[in-house]
Design a protein around this ligand. Structure first.
Ligand code: AR6
Length: 184
């Protein structure tokens, strides 16, 4: 049991969430784009682009971190999902890696709450049902492998994870995997 932890899905615009870190579904340039990437850059302001320029890009399945600037979130974790090419080109493994690499940044930055968009399921074309299965299974496995410390309930491994859905359909998909308010 990890009473300090929650794993939930909610419908929201990710830029409004008051969490320690939001995850950006970026492209490998890290220099902005459409979808959630465009929304995050607009809300964070031009300093985010300046910070991203210092990162010199990011490969699919990897993650890099910047400050959140004008966002309520202290950090933005930029990850690059796979482009869907039918599912036999390593897409599930790359998507899984996006979640793991993003979560691995939590401990060194004392992040206790993190929100993910549905990575790759917009412009990159990954079917949301398949992507949500990867997302939920990967986060659950990561939380199992990184147990909360009962001696340090405020510690960074006591991580609250939110799947931030942009549509009612996406929320229904995630909730069917999680249950309406499943504990981690
Ligand atoms: N809050 C939460 N989710 C959002 C928001 C928002 N404000 N806006 C969109 N979504 P996408 P990808 C959802 O296309 O498929 C960019 O141009 C959206 O409905 O943003 O990983 C990048 O620069 C969908 O469910 O990301 C890359 O070039 C999910 O976020 C490329 O798109 C992901 O859709 C990345 O494509």
């Amino acid at each position: 049991m990890h009473p300090q932890r929650t794993l939930q899905a909610r419908r929201a615009n990710i830029v409004t969430l008051d969490v320690d870190a939001i995850v950006n579904a970026a492209n490998s340039s890290l220099l902005g784009g459409g979808g959630v990437d465009g929304a995050i850059h607009r809300a964070a302001g031009p300093q985010l682009l300046e910070a991203c320029r210092q990162l010199h890009g990011c490969r699919a399945g990897q993650a890099k971190i910047t400050a959140g600037f004008r966002l309520p979130a202290r950090y933005v974790i930029h990850t690059v999902g796979p482009v869907w090419r039918g599912g036999r080109d390593g897409e599930p493994e790359l998507l899984r890696s996006c979640y793991i690499r993003s979560l691995d940044l939590a401990r060194p930055h004392a992040i206790r709450s993190i929100a993910f968009p549905s990575i790759s399921t917009g412009s990159y074309g990954y079917p949301v049902e398949a992507a949500a299965q990867v997302a939920v299974a990967t986060v659950r496995a990561w939380l199992e492998a990184n147990p909360a410390d009962p001696m340090d309930p405020a510690g960074p491994t006591n991580l609250d994870v939110t799947f931030c859905c942009f549509s009612d359909n996406d929320l229904a998909v995630y909730e069917s995997l999680l249950g309406p308010s499943a504990p981690a």
